[in-house]
Design a protein around this ligand. Structure first.
Ligand SMILES: *[C@@H]1O[C@H](CO)[C@@H](O)[C@H](O)[C@H]1NC(C)=O
Ligand SMILES: *[C@@H]1O[C@H](CO)[C@@H](O)[C@H](O)[C@H]1NC(C)=O
Ligand SMILES: *[C@@H]1O[C@H](CO)[C@@H](O)[C@H](O)[C@H]1NC(C)=O
Length: 250
């Protein structure tokens, strides 16, 4: 009975563990996709998760506080600066989502970027967004203070394949009415193999060290087993061959 217990307990632990892992995390999606918006913009936050048949309600948190909305989409029809912060959601059959950050700015122009950290080879999409979509003329995109792209009418700036030299500080500028307006600057980091190597020289690659230690341990145990089995085999062979030698003790 006692010998049966540990495997049974282990089995229970494993099944409890897989049940917890079965609940995948809910995901908060933004529509439109931008994490940075301007005052008065319309934003929809969508919660993606599994629902039980009898319960279609969604829980939403803003800055860690449960908010009253229970629908799968949370509409912000007229964004205010206080709508900034972290949003999380959860459905009946999902684990709490990771937070999604929303920044509501109050200015004439905002440079919107899909991602601030981009892997080499991936696209970069920049938008020079104006307050209430006011017409902007002579739009110019800058990287590290140097003009990169000029549009007579406001257009998005696409970099199809990011290279390391696309890292830097970006902003956009244009004419609204008679005024010359600029956005705040946004830092974009393009990371590739080179960047990753610098990062790992600052932070020890613990997963790699652990991997090497585990492999080393396995090798040591394996080698030990090999020699012990071999010794065992040799001993039993000597037995079979009747080659047992007796030596007289003192
Ligand atoms: C859940 O479904 C019912 C019936 O279809 C609907 O009336 C209700 O508004 C829904 N609730 C939510 C939070 O979506
Ligand atoms: C949520 O947090 C953000 C940033 O920390 C802040 O700007 C915003 O006013 C907060 N909003 C509420 C309703 O707590
Ligand atoms: C906007 O202002 C900057 C200096 O602040 C100037 O260099 C630039 O020419 C102006 N742009 C236009 C289109 O007038």
């Amino acid at each position: 009975m006692w010998q049966l217990l540990p495997p049974a307990a282990l089995l229970l632990l494993v099944s409890a563990d897989t049940r917890a892992a079965d609940l995948s995390k809910a995901v908060v999606l933004l529509d439109p996709q931008w994490n940075q918006v301007l005052k008065n913009d319309r934003v929809t936050l969508k919660c993606q998760g599994d629902y039980p048949v009898e319960d279609n309600s969604t829980k939403w948190w803003h800055n860690g506080t449960l908010i009253s909305s229970q629908t799968s989409s949370y509409f912000i029809a007229d964004a205010k600066v206080e709508d900034s912060g972290e949003y999380k959601c959860q459905t009946g059959l999902s684990a709490l989502s990771d937070p999604v950050k929303l920044e509501v700015h109050a200015s004439w122009l905002l440079l919107q970027v899909t991602q601030r950290v981009v892997n080499v080879g991936k696209p970069i999409h920049l938008k020079c967004h104006s307050w209430k979509k006011t017409t902007v003329a002579k739009v110019q995109y800058f990287q590290n203070g140097r003009g990169k792209k000029y549009f007579h009418q406001n257009s998005d700036f696409y970099i199809p394949e990011a290279k390391l030299e696309h890292s830097g500080s970006y902003f956009c500028r244009g004419i609204i009415g008679t005024k010359n307006e600029s956005s705040e600057s946004v830092q974009i980091i393009v990371q590739g193999l080179g960047n990753l190597q610098t990062v790992s020289s600052f932070y020890p690659p613990w997963h790699q060290i652990t991997f090497c230690l585990v492999m080393g341990l396995l090798f040591a145990v394996d080698t030990g087993l090999y020699f012990s089995v071999q010794r065992h085999l040799r001993n039993s062979e000597e037995w079979r061959n009747g080659k047992v030698t007796w030596s007289k003790g003192p």
